[in-house]
Design a binder for this molecule. Structure first.
Ligand SMILES: [Zn+2]
Length: 309
């Protein structure tokens, strides 16, 4: 997540418990990136059998799409893969006994348990994670240029991982706000969008891996109305909404499955306990289907002062 209390900052916490479900969003008839009617909504597509992939920078980010991921893997039995680029070691440790031998190790263990809960495969990398305080976070393209690219070919890694897993659906953050304003959310979205395009291009080499064309790529669009009113929401458009109260197991709907899984992120208990308290916010997920073959989201974008966090 981003450890900045993105919900706390707007005073949402106090409101959320009292918000009736009908205020969490209304259904949007699915449309394609070009605005035409989408005849196969995301749930119907998952029902048909798809390989699903989540691409994000931090362990615990899966709370945003978690109910959808659980629907695909737990309810429909589809293969699910997590690609997580950092160990979140710039964050805090909420465990009373501390994090030993270090936060990165413990968060790696937590992420492994979460992947196990979702019955997902996991690739978990150790790219640099901006340390707190939030005010010191570099801009997203600076992280790409000055940090991640110096550690390795992160774009090549994302591209190869897409070819290796061969997803039908990729979920990632929105590239302009990233749900919380965290620059690593936005940067990872850009790497995922670009990676999907490069993975589909037979002219691009990624080891011996053959080209793979992903059927759909979705941005998770966070537009909870209070955050929207506070100017802290992802921009539109939204091409589809999905009701996270859909069943996942015999006992749990998908949203509650996601909430249960957050308990593994003990080091992030401040943020994760807030997610559970404000579960109504996660009752409707908003998606933007993206034509990643034409949508250019260059992670090395030229400097732009609007990229503030
Ligand atoms: Zn995050």
């Amino acid at each position: 997540m981003d450890r900045r209390g993105f919900l706390k900052a707007t005073g949402v916490a106090g409101f959320a418990a009292a918000v009736p479900p009908f205020l969490t969003g209304c259904a949007t008839p699915p449309v394609r990136p070009d605005g035409s009617v989408e005849t196969v909504p995301v749930d119907d597509l998952m029902k048909q059998g798809v390989r699903t992939m989540w691409i994000a920078p931090h362990p615990d980010d899966e709370c945003f799409p978690g109910s959808l991921l659980a629907r695909s893997r737990i309810h429909y039995g589809n293969p699910l893969h997590f690609l997580i680029l950092t160990h979140g070691d710039g964050g805090q440790c909420c465990k009373p006994e501390g994090c030993h031998p270090d936060l990165a190790t413990v968060r790696g263990q937590e992420m492994a348990r979460v992947a196990e809960t979702y019955k997902a495969t996991l690739r978990h990398d150790r790219y640099w994670n901006a340390p707190l305080p939030v005010e010191s976070f570099p801009l997203r393209h600076e992280i790409f240029k000055d940090r991640w690219s110096k550690q390795g070919d992160v774009q090549g890694l994302v591209t190869a991982e897409i070819r290796r897993f061969k997803p039908d659906i990729i979920f990632t953050f929105h590239p302009d706000w990233g749900a919380t304003g965290h620059p690593e959310h936005m940067l990872t979205s850009r790497l995922a969008t670009t990676g999907a395009r490069l993975a589909a291009d037979p002219g691009v080499e990624a080891g011996d891996l053959p080209a793979h064309r992903t059927t759909r790529l979705y941005y998770m669009v966070q537009q909870y109305w209070l955050l929207k009113a506070a100017g802290r929401a992802d921009p539109g458009p939204v091409t589809e909404t999905w009701d996270a109260h859909a069943p996942c197991t015999d006992e749990l709907n998908c949203r509650d499955f996601m909430c249960q899984a957050t308990r593994h992120h003990e080091t992030q208990n401040d943020d994760m306990s807030m997610v559970r308290r404000m579960r109504k916010i996660f009752g409707v997920l908003r998606l933007r289907q993206v034509d990643y073959l034409t949508e250019v989201q260059d992670p090395a974008e030229p400097q732009d002062p609007s990229h503030v966090i």
